[in-house]
Design a protein around this ligand. Structure first.
Ligand code: SF4
Length: 388
């Protein structure tokens, strides 16, 4: 016997369910109601309808390595535990040779993407950023380089004394393939003023995004939630991203990023709950009707919440992630390496009845040969270290 949608969604949300079923765009008010209802199951049910309509059981992952080239930063964002500060992580700045050395650590692993972001380090010259891209392409030919938030693009352009567009052209010529999103955290002038006023604002972020779109650069988008933002500000973020996507059509994926207060100036903020993590995945799936993919970034959400999120709207988990240094773990400044092995990833997805699909950075499916999958080294068997 099947259960009627009305029993799952409830009478209160049936008008939203009917819109979701017919593919009608949800309004700002609908978004606020989806955050306010206690019926998370109903919200997840509707998000899953959209997820399965677009992707069925498919769940994507990528083989990537993150390189965070410096943690020296002059923006001092209050939510950030990554930048070097007294009582926090020691400062570092990778030379191009050091980046090359780190790329070579994983040279025999089947990496398809290098994801590079860092702090706003005023000492780094324009040429450094071009060389950073160049060394990746030289060391791992054919790999996709996803690098630099809009804030970094602004810094790079300032360093070179050129426009955003010219900086992007030069970076593309050096080998840049896409922009990872991030940098704006949430499109709210109030939150910008209170938490990260030294970085470029929402309009500046959109202007970089428009310049990148003009050049045909693929982009990803994010939202940092769980700090001081209101429900309305979250929904306004979705509405603004949706409008930008209508205009540019260059975003391929959206990732809600859960805020981790440890080691930040907002250490007193209550840690997020599973309800909040799942709800942000689900509401983003429902509001961002023109984004093909919604990612549950397992490093921030934990593998356990990521498993559940695959039934709440998410169709992507990010990847095997060789090295990641952004999220602070108490007492562990010197050792923030986190990775999932290939078999852990596949198991995590299959265990909840979804189908693991390796993808490239543009969501093209990748088929591996038996020989590739039989080689432990090529499969990417790095030691698992997953703690949050
Ligand atoms: Fe710097 Fe980025 Fe951290 Fe802000 S979030 S302090 S820009 S590293």
């Amino acid at each position: 016997m099947s259960i009627s949608p009305e029993r799952i969604v409830g009478q209160d949300l049936m008008d939203i369910y009917q819109k979701v079923e017919s593919g009608e765009r949800l309004t700002r008010e609908d978004g606020i109601r989806l955050y306010e209802t206690k019926n998370l199951t109903g919200v997840g049910y509707m998000a899953n309808l959209v997820r399965e309509r677009l992707h069925g059981k498919k769940t994507y992952y990528v083989r990537n390595q993150h390189i965070n080239y410096t943690n020296i930063c002059n923006k001092f964002c209050k939510f950030c535990s990554f930048y070097a500060k007294k009582g926090g992580p020691d400062p570092y700045e990778y030379s191009i040779e050091e980046v090359k050395r780190r790329l070579q650590w994983h040279k025999d692993v089947l990496l398809t993407e290098i994801h590079m972001v860092g702090g706003i380090n005023p000492r780094l010259p324009y040429q450094y950023y071009l060389d950073l891209i160049g060394v990746v392409k030289e060391t791992l030919p054919g790999v996709h380089v996803k690098a630099f938030t809009a804030v970094e693009i602004e810094q790079i352009a300032n360093k070179g004394g050129v426009s955003h567009e010219q900086a992007l052209r030069d970076l593309i010529e050096a080998g840049l393939d896409s922009l990872p999103g991030g940098g704006i955290e949430i499109l709210s002038d109030r939150v910008h003023r209170e938490l990260f006023g030294r970085k470029l604002d929402g309009e500046g972020w959109k202007s970089v995004s428009r310049a990148a779109s003009k050049l045909g650069l693929t982009q990803y988008a994010t939202m940092l939630y769980g700090h001081i933002e209101t429900t309305e500000e979250r929904v306004d973020h979705f509405v603004q991203l949706r409008e930008l996507q209508d205009e540019t059509k260059n975003f391929v994926c959206f990732t809600p990023l859960s805020f981790h207060p440890e080691g930040t100036e907002l250490a007193d903020v209550k840690p997020l709950t599973g309800d909040q993590d799942l709800r942000n995945i689900a509401v983003s799936r429902l509001m961002l009707d023109n984004f093909a993919h919604i990612k549950s970034f397992w490093i921030m959400n934990t593998p356990e919440v990521t498993q559940a999120s695959l039934w709440y709207g998410a169709d992507d988990t990010d990847g095997l992630v060789h090295e990641y240094e952004i999220t602070y773990k108490e007492g562990d400044f010197g050792n923030k390496k986190q990775a999932l092995t290939y078999s852990n990833m596949v198991h995590m997805i299959r265990e909840v009845g979804r189908e693991p699909i390796e993808r490239d950075s543009l969501y093209q499916e990748i088929k591996r040969t038996e020989e590739e999958l039989a080689s432990p080294q090529k499969r990417g068997l790095t030691p698992i270290s997953v703690t949050n």
